[in-house]
Write a protein that binds this ligand. Structure first.
Ligand code: SF4
Length: 95
């Protein structure tokens, strides 16, 4: 008899945005109302943290202008700020 455990579901399978039009998460950069609306959807998402971690990992050191959409409840600008703050902490720790 095979007792192999079931694989854990990928967090994307639990994403609330699977049921929402993709365009909702890609408002124009200056569209504050659209950005905030997407964030409210993310706020109710059970995998927000995993989504944000994945976005930050995938975007790496990209410039702000090369980050797109709301992911993990954060705008492109917020994710860039998180990246730069993390990089500064690493540089201070290495000094
Ligand atoms: S946090 Fe937002 S963008 Fe990420 S999976 Fe959830 S709803 Fe989608």
């Amino acid at each position: 008899m095979n007792h192999r455990p079931e694989p854990a579901p990928d967090w994307r399978e639990l994403a609330v945005c699977r049921e929402v039009d993709d365009n909702t998460f890609f408002p124009s950069p200056g569209d504050v109302t659209g950005i905030n609306y997407a964030k409210t959807i993310c706020a109710g998402c059970p995998v927000q943290r995993a989504c944000l971690v994945d976005a930050l990992r995938e975007e790496g050191g990209r410039a702000k202008s090369n980050r797109f959409g709301v992911r993990g409840g954060k705008s492109a600008g917020q994710r860039y700020a998180m990246y730069t703050a993390h990089r500064r902490r690493q540089q201070r720790a290495a000094a």
